[in-house]
Design a protein around this ligand. Structure first.
Ligand code: 5GP
Length: 191
């Protein structure tokens, strides 16, 4: 998506060869107009899919999802990284490893907000090693809901996430795909 690439070129920061910071429009300050454009793009991409719910993970996935939920008139549900309800049988939960932060965290989702009749689009802000996405898919599968699609705002294609998720049989639509961040230079995958 060209508009998103323009934002990344203009406002993105590269603190090291593996990390892209987009605090100026997505991860700290939020550019609402851009979020609406991301949502329109997801809507167009998934227009042939049955969608009853949009799912994401707190916090940065929420902004584009709210606009998409508005456009599609379906609920937006975010999985929480809170572990306080981990032993509560009313919640699905799974443990996710973050290679970026080198920590494990628990993803939880109330059983009230997903069921086997749901057709879910899962959306997240970044895909790196795919652990967050795979964790979310485990929960959606445990709930016996259907996965209608996976949408990622920024994919770091030099990391393993896409491969691992595709190996599970899922397609991924990424709005911007980063080929490399070497020496502070942002290079996109040619498409
Ligand atoms: P994964 O589970 O795919 O390894 O990482 C996904 C999560 O890690 C994203 O939801 C995001 O919060 C965070 N993340 C991974 N890499 C980056 C990055 O380069 N920049 C930012 N801002 N977040 C990242």
């Amino acid at each position: 998506m060209e508009l998103l690439k323009d934002y990344i070129r203009k406002y993105g920061n590269v603190p090291n060869d593996n990390v892209l910071k987009v605090d100026a429009f997505l991860n700290h300050q939020i550019d609402a107009k851009l979020m609406m454009e991301l949502a329109k793009d997801f809507k167009e991409h998934f227009k042939d899919k049955k969608i009853t719910k949009i799912m994401t993970i707190e916090t940065s996935g929420i902004a584009p999802c709210v606009f998409l939920g508005y456009l599609l008139d379906v609920p937006v549900v975010f999985m929480k990284k809170n572990s306080s309800a981990i032993l509560d049988e009313n919640f699905y939960h799974t443990t996710v490893h973050s290679f970026t932060k080198n920590i494990d965290y628990d993803l939880i989702l109330s059983k009230k907000y997903i069921n086997e009749d749901d057709h879910v689009i899962f959306i997240d802000d970044f895909m790196a090693n795919g652990e967050a996405c795979l964790g979310a898919l485990r929960i959606i599968e445990e709930a016996k809901a259907n996965v209608s699609g996976i949408g990622i705002v920024i994919e770091k294609s030099f990391q393993n996430g896409r491969k691992l998720v595709e190996e599970k049989g899922f397609d991924i639509y990424s709005q911007a795909r980063i080929k490399s961040l070497k020496q502070g230079t942002i290079t996109f995958v040619e498409e």
